[in-house]
Design a protein around this ligand. Sequence first.
Ligand SMILES: Nc1ncnc2c1ncn2[C@@H]1O[C@H](COP(=O)(O)OP(=O)(O)OP(=O)(O)O)[C@@H](O)[C@H]1O
Ligand SMILES: [Mg+2]
Length: 310
Amino acid sequence: MTEILTVTMNPAVDIATSTQQVLPTHKLRCSVPHRHPGGGGVNVARVVHRLTGDCAALYPAGGDTGRLLRKLLDEEGVTSVCVGIDGETRENLSVHEALTGQEFRFVLPGPELLPSEWQACLDRVATLVEVPRYLVASGSLPPGVPSDFYARMIRLVKPLGVKVVLDTSGLALETALKEGVYLVKPSLRELRELFGQPLETESQWCHAAEQLLEQGSAQVVVISLGEGGAWMVTAGGTYFAPALPIEVISATGAGDSFVGAMVWALAQGRELKAAFRYGVAAASAALLSKGTGLCHAADVAHYFNDVILT
Ligand SMILES: Nc1ncnc2c1ncn2[C@@H]1O[C@H](COP(=O)(O)OP(=O)(O)OP(=O)(O)O)[C@@H](O)[C@H]1O
Ligand SMILES: [Mg+2]
């Protein structure tokens, strides 16, 4: 049985390269590019796979880039549930500037999906032969996909006993939460946007999370605060994990590593507090790799012991 299914409606092939300095007009000679599979749920699936979890990634894909995405995932050993589309899967470009160490991230829009295409994604979820225990809905929705897409998907899987883990933003987040999920991981920015309030203090953050519990929007709320650490709010208690002191190479991919490790640990039968610690450990491990690089299993195991909850 596939324990974890991730859904990524706006996947990408991420191209990473570097150049001496980013300047206008000049030809910027770049290093040999690396290509990785990308998009929220795709990254979550890659993390689960690295941690030797049982996982599949569902995503729409089209054109040569869509084929490349599938091939890259095959090469990593990540199982794809691929829904063909007419449009061309997007590419993103991240350029490391050697002179300053800064990273320039160019994010292209995804292809517009036809109603029949996003409906086909829902149909794949509805007709899965093996019902996963966890479904991770992560990332933005591309043009053409209605903002209640995740909400529709949740309505399909919840009656099957699937636990939904949600990591998205804006209207997609707001409408999905109305259906009620198992776990949601907003960053502070996403939480503020959701509540339409500045939410400046710790007690305001936790109160907002408690409101989500009370409304039945989620059973577990994890708020990630970048270098400020992370909070986990559940009916059983509220926990804080300070960020680990790490020299950050790139914070990209931290959130996806967090979600991937947390859901992997839960699927392993670990209790929530341990899963939360794995999330922080994996997010911390992701900071060590350049560009969109994700965590490595050995670093996650190493950092796990350093994560102390208060
Ligand atoms: N500069 C940092 N130093 C130490 N830990 C960090 C740092 N940035 C991120 N982390 C770790 O990674 C976790 C997730 O980071 P963050 O809150 O930025 O989530 P995110 O989902 O990547 O953000 P967003 O979706 O808004 O881009 C944090 O809770 C923290 O544990
Ligand atoms: Mg995030």
